[in-house]
Design a protein around this ligand. Structure first.
Ligand SMILES: O=C(COP(=O)(O)O)N(O)CCCCOP(=O)(O)O
Ligand code: NA
Ligand SMILES: [Zn+2]
Length: 308
């Protein structure tokens, strides 16, 4: 069935593990992710960005996720990733999503609170949970100085006030990650001191880590071996993610690692099978690559195997 993340996060917090939140854009990606979670007996969040809704059109993604739930019997959270307006959150809630993110992190503090509270009120009326964001998760190429770090990372006192005033169910925090494949120019760094300060103020409250792909080198190399050109790509070491999962981080967002695994596999397949032109061959190989990547994340990063 489709479920909210409320109980999943509570168990994850107490159990010292995290739930994977994987972005979906088409059938093969959904199938690969869900097959992995089934085999690992793991709770799962499938998340849809605004870009995915535009690419696949909402009804296709909704029906594909419903098909995955029917086919596997898995409890799945269907989550809107980075909703930027009340309207898109409302549309997803009305469309049967069980969780939405309202990302007001670009707004001033008070406006983020007002917008988030409006979404929380509507969502809670409909039995849906809400994730918000405080602090700026960097863009793709951000490499920020200490000064900027203070300005963009989540302030622990503000986090407490934000949660109290909005009633939000989970909070995406900024402690050094950024979206995409180019997260760090220097050494990877997550501000665990800041995470612990936030946890002190919000004991037991589910925190969310965005920009949590590792950008595994073997997949970047495979992309480049078969015609790709991806350079200076760097992500969050899996050791750091395991530490975050053992702490108050209950949801870990992963998209880039799936993109790299899928792209490497398709490039490799086409290079090694030049006379093949049946899309099921390379899309099927891509599906397998997604499945293996998600199983790896569940086992090696999230710790959510056999937690269903
Ligand atoms: O935190 C993350 C993923 O972080 P990652 O890039 O480290 O995997 N996410 O929230 C996923 C962002 C996906 C963006 O999707 P569109 O291209 O459709 O806008
Ligand atoms: Na955790
Ligand atoms: Zn994100």
């Amino acid at each position: 069935p489709l479920v909210t993340s409320k109980e999943l996060f509570k168990k994850a917090y107490e159990g010292g593990y995290a739930i994977g939140a994987f972005n979906v854009n088409n059938m093969e990606i959904i199938q690969g992710i869900v097959e992995a979670a089934k085999e690992e007996n793991s709770p799962l969040i499938l998340q849809v960005s605004a870009g995915a809704r535009k690419y696949a059109r909402p009804v296709y993604l909704k029906k594909l996720v419903e098909a995955a739930v029917e086919d596997t019997g898995l409890p799945v959270v269907l989550h809107l990733d980075h909703g930027e307006s009340f309207e898109i959150c409302k549309a997803c809630i009305d469309d049967g999503f069980t969780s939405v993110m309202i990302d007001g992190s670009k707004l001033p503090f008070e406006e983020n609170i007002t917008l988030t509270k409006k979404v929380v009120d509507y969502a809670h009326e409909h039995g849906v949970v809400v994730e918000a964001e405080l602090g700026r998760i960097g863009g793709v190429e951000d490499n920020i100085s200490v000064g900027e770090r203070e300005a963009t990372f989540t302030d622990p006192d503000q986090a407490l006030e934000f949660v109290e005033r909005t009633g939000v169910d989970s909070l995406a925090i900024a402690i050094g990650t950024s979206h995409g494949a180019y997260k760090f120019k220097g050494e990877p760094y997550l501000d665990f001191k800041r995470l612990e300060e936030i946890m002190k103020r919000l004991p037991g409250f589910p925190l969310v880590l965005h920009g949590a792909s590792t950008v595994l080198p073997e997949f970047v190399e495979a992309c480049n071996k078969y015609g790709g050109s991806i350079h200076s790509a760097k992500g969050v070491p899996e050791e750091m993610l395991r530490k975050a999962a053992s702490l108050g981080i209950c949801k870990i967002n992963i998209d880039t690692d799936l993109r790299l695994a899928m792209t490497a596999m398709i490039r490799k397949y086409l290079a090694e099978n030049p006379s093949e032109f049946d899309p099921r061959k390379y899309l099927g190989a891509a599906r397998e690559a997604i499945k293996e990547m998600v199983k790896h994340k569940i086992r090696n990063v999230l710790g959510s195997s056999n937690k269903l």
